[in-house]
Ligand binder design. Structure first.
Ligand code: ADP
Ligand code: MG
Length: 395
């Protein structure tokens, strides 16, 4: 399906025009240093394209969840890393908006970049405050939204500013939306969807939608215990989301007549505590004994899931199969990650913890598409409109 919004290709930018770019530069920091620059690198195509056209770039993003001006969440380390990647100085503004920021913009030459401070330092950001949107828009001639990871939120720097300037989607946003929509609209079959992670409530809308759209739904992670509880199995001390049990029961019922086959684990890895040095054993079956908890899918399940993945035409994976951050419980997630990386099928991985797992196993560049947006990717796949995308000028 064609992209319905203006893209960077369609946007008129003359040499010396100022373009406000909202990117998703919400990266992990440790002691003031960026520890994973993937999101910064993902924003480079938009930035390079605009520099090539001689634009002055005013770049902005949120970072973390500050409750106001908070130097621990300054964009300065991001500016530094971006500067290293581009081989040029990226200027850092002291605030989100204001007179000093405007002076910084006025000093920019064509091709130069000024990074605004963390948009969440301004309380107007998350409220989509019209005054903040106006202050942002006043600095620029055009607006580019490239922050896929924030496109599901109607904030001043995503939605508010878009209606005040000529606006377009950046290349990352365009690729994310096109790829994810392609997954539901016209996938090469069979389409296999692998869902894991902590909570059924987070994923129930996806489960419902993919029961109709996919050919197979493979369930893992702590989420499976809501299903097991609904089926009457013993779950021991496993993490069971009570609210999820009724949802799981309904999904099981729906699965009887749905297009997709719903598969649950047939064996588990269990432990006597939630710890890397807990006593660990492989359990035949899924009835978890008293005093034990399920922390990973078992080897037979992993093998079965890997087999289904390798026979698929398209695979979407979201959510780890177990507590993969602890090595003794990482095998299921690793097995799924390796199968996804190893197949010739179109493979799409949702952001969040499944993306972190892929990176940890060194497989992040072995999939067709690793989404930069966890929440945004899920909402798009659930069939919801993303406010950030809706707000952009139509093509
Ligand atoms: P995502 O971010 O990919 O959507 P979630 O945030 O829903 O995934 O869940 C990821 C978390 O769930 C991970 O921190 C992982 O350790 C945890 N998890 C997965 N399986 C289990 C389990 N069986 N018991 C406890 N925690 C689990
Ligand atoms: Mg998560």
């Amino acid at each position: 399906m064609a992209f319905r919004k203006k893209t960077l290709r369609d946007l008129e930018v003359a040499e010396g025009d100022t373009v406000l770019v909202r990117a998703d530069l919400n990266v992990p920091l440790e002691n003031g240093v960026v520890t994973d620059d993937a999101r910064i690198r993902a924003a480079l195509p938009a930035i390079q394209e605009l520099r090539g056209r001689g634009a002055k770039i005013v770049l902005c993003s949120h970072l973390g969840r500050p409750k106001g001006h908070d130097l621990d969440t300054s964009m300065a380390p991001v500016s530094k890393r971006l500067g290293e990647l581009l081989g040029m100085r990226v200027f850092q503004a002291p605030e989100v908006v204001g007179p000093e920021v405007r002076r910084g913009v006025a000093r920019l030459d064509a091709g130069e970049i000024l990074m605004l401070e963390n948009t969440r330092w301004d309380s107007g950001e998350t409220k989509n405050d019209p005054q903040l949107a106006r202050d942002l828009a006043d600095m620029a001639d055009a607006f580019v939204l490239d922050a896929f990871g924030s496109a599901h939120r109607a904030h001043a720097s995503t939605v508010g500013v878009a209606s005040l300037l000529p606006s377009a989607a950046g290349p990352l946003l365009e690729r994310e939306v096109t790829t994810l929509e392609g997954l539901v609209e016209d996938p090469e079959r069979p389409l296999t969807v692998v869902l894991g992670g902590a909570k059924v409530t987070d994923k129930i809308a996806l489960i419902d939608r993919f029961l109709e759209l996919a050919d197979q739904l493979l369930i893992g992670g702590a989420m499976c215990f809501s299903f097991f509880r609904a089926q009457g199995h013993e779950t021991g001390n496993s993490l069971v989301e009570e609210e999820g049990v009724e949802l799981a029961r309904r999904a099981l019922e729906k699965a009887d007549s749905a297009r997709a086959t719903l598969l649950l684990p047939v064996d588990l890895v269990i432990a006597d505590s939630f710890s890397a040095d807990a006593e660990r054993k492989e359990l035949e079956g899924v009835d978890v004994p008293d005093g034990w908890m399920g922390l990973d899918i078992g080897p037979r399940t992993t093998q079965a899931y890997a087999g289904e993945i390798s026979r698929s035409g398209t695979v979407f994976w979201n959510g780890p199969m177990g507590a993969f951050e602890m090595e003794p419980f990482a095998a299921g997630t690793r097995g799924v990650a390796e199968a996804v990386a190893g197949t010739l099928a179109t493979t799409v991985v949702g952001g969040g913890d499944s993306g972190a797992a892929l990176a940890r196993f060194g497989l992040a560049d072995r999939v067709t598409h690793l989404s930069t947006g966890g929440g945004a990717a899920l909402e798009l796949l659930e069939g919801k409109a993303l406010p950030g995308v809706e707000a952009l000028d139509d093509a």
